[in-house]
Ligand binder design. Sequence first.
Ligand code: UDP
Length: 243
Amino acid sequence: MAKFQTVNVLGVDFINTTNHDFLTQLKADSQANKNRFVVTANPEIVLAAKQNPQLATAIKSSDYTTADGIGIIKGAKILKTPLPERITGYDTMCALLDWANANQKRVYFLGAKPSVLADLKKKLAQNYPDLVIAGSHDGYFQDEGPIVNDIKQAKPDFVFVALGFPKQELFIANHRQVATAIWMGVGGSFDVLAGHVKRAPAFWVNHHIEWLYRLLKEPSRFVRMLALPKYLLLVYRYALIKK
Ligand code: UDP
């Protein structure tokens, strides 16, 4: 079933493809009414999966895991199995929203704070007027049951889940059977699309220092970012063993 070859980086299999080919595949999957689970993984998630067997199982159960983050591209290169480019959750979601808009597809939005979700809906109405918002719920709930039921009733073509990892991956892995849809965990993407958080300007993105921009904006992310050197060290160690 895997349409793409994969590259293994510290136990996670990443699809070896470009944004263009991946989007073509997802659109074809959607037209063919396939149930699909997309994980966009960065070094932090790869490390977390080593500690959290449930998360590792959820990632393994995905149909496509993409390299979200320059650290994964670097890691694959160090391991001498290079990947062509980053495939981020945010860019993939925006491209799918464009396509959903052009094809009047039904989209469910789960996650983020209620105020973010409210602004997100305004932006969607402006920018994607033909897309059908099949349903939505903020990401601060106790009981999953009613939400899962709501997604089922909504019959969405796409379900974007913005609960942060590992919550979003575990949620999708546990509940994806209730709707034949393309399910994808998108982290903080609703905050960006709603205009609550600014994405790094192109300069930072193009120079692969988006992480530095985010760190300067949100110094509290520092501890989380220590994952990157730890991850690179593990990759180098693994590359040595492999030799
Ligand atoms: N979030 C949520 N419910 C929670 C925890 C987080 O809906 O219980 C949302 C949060 O409001 C934000 C997103 O999940 O919109 C996580 O953003 P972050 O940038 O931390 O994503 P990550 O880098 O963890 O993927």
